[in-house]
Design a protein around this ligand. Structure first.
Ligand SMILES: [Cu+2]
Length: 102
């Protein structure tokens, strides 16, 4: 019983190590980013989840990152520079958000 529990814990730990941790998740639906503002530590990773019934979006921050046009998957970016990064959707410029990296 105790051995099985330990094995499960080790499996979980290995799973985390093989995939970068996500520090914040931004849901994309109803043509908006939710939440619009997130705060993460330096070196943190944000994951955008495209879930707007197939409507295409492109998350873009000038000179920082670009998700490419996406309709139904996820995009991750790791922030290695402190400061505020403002981003928007290239297809719907009125969609905007901010990542605070401390
Ligand atoms: Cu959009």
């Amino acid at each position: 019983m105790r051995t099985a529990l330990l094995a499960s814990v080790l499996l979980l730990a290995t799973g985390c190590a093989s995939e970068p941790d996500v520090d914040a998740t931004v849901h994309i639906s109803n043509v908006r980013f939710d939440p619009q503002e997130v705060s993460i530590p330096l070196g943190g990773t944000v994951e955008w989840q495209f879930d707007d019934e197939g409507l295409l979006h492109e998350v873009h921050a000038d000179g920082v990152f670009d998700s490419g046009v996406n309709g139904d998957s996820t995009f991750r970016f790791t922030f290695d520079t402190p400061g505020d990064v403002e981003y928007h959707c290239s297809i719907h410029p009125y969609m905007s958000g901010t990542i605070h990296v401390s």
